[in-house]
Design a protein around this ligand. Sequence first.
Ligand code: SAM
Length: 248
Amino acid sequence: MPRQEFFYAPPENFVGEFVELTGDEHHHLTRVLHHKIGDRVTVVDGAGNAAVDGEIILSDRAVTRIKTHTITKNIGEPAVHLTLAQAVPKGARFDWVVEKATEIGVSAFIPLLSEHSEVQPSEVQPSSGKTERWRRLSLAAMKQSCRSVWPDVNEPTPFFELCQTIKNFDLAILAHPTENDILKDLAGQAMPRKAFLMVGPEGGFTEEEIEFAQKSGCKLLSLGPRRLRSETAGLVAATKVLAAFGQL
Ligand code: SAM
């Protein structure tokens, strides 16, 4: 695990052998962490490129310039791209899911709206600023956990619309108590490149939703004999899937 501080700069800030930090990242590096010329840091572009051990060569009021030396690909990234479609709980609990699931290696989030959703679509529409907030949280968690890909947070999506996208994944799973341990069945099979995981709200999925998801290609995943809160289930399920393919 790298011990250096991770910073973020968008791909366009990487030019030749240099990368520039501006705005909040520049402020954090200079004013909060008091880094100086000559210090070494890691800068990631959120698309899988990392300038590890970059050297600060210039820092003025607005910009920090870093010599990149080498660019390493996909540092901190699991080989399975896991999308977590998680029912949006009330309050700030989705914040927690985004932060913690980014730390363990989830690569994309879809806030899920289903029959028993705890929030109304109007509460999470783009003008609410929620998706933007979750994107900022996934960025912070990416840096904190020494990853190089910034997990995408999609706009909230209704259950049945989301099921139409299941065919785009190599493996699709819905968390629901069941007798079969599908992860045992999957052991020894080829690792999926793109996996998809759905976790329901406190009221659970309806029978119709479960049936529709299965018909669309989802396998059911049990998380044991205890009923977990929705956000706990999201974390546990993502952990189980990544661990099943040795990607934790
Ligand atoms: N009364 C609901 C039901 O019977 O489905 C309980 C829902 S649970 C609080 C919220 C979500 O977490 C579920 O829809 C499921 O996706 C997931 N979950 C919680 N515990 C689980 C378990 N033991 N196995 C599989 N999924 C679980």
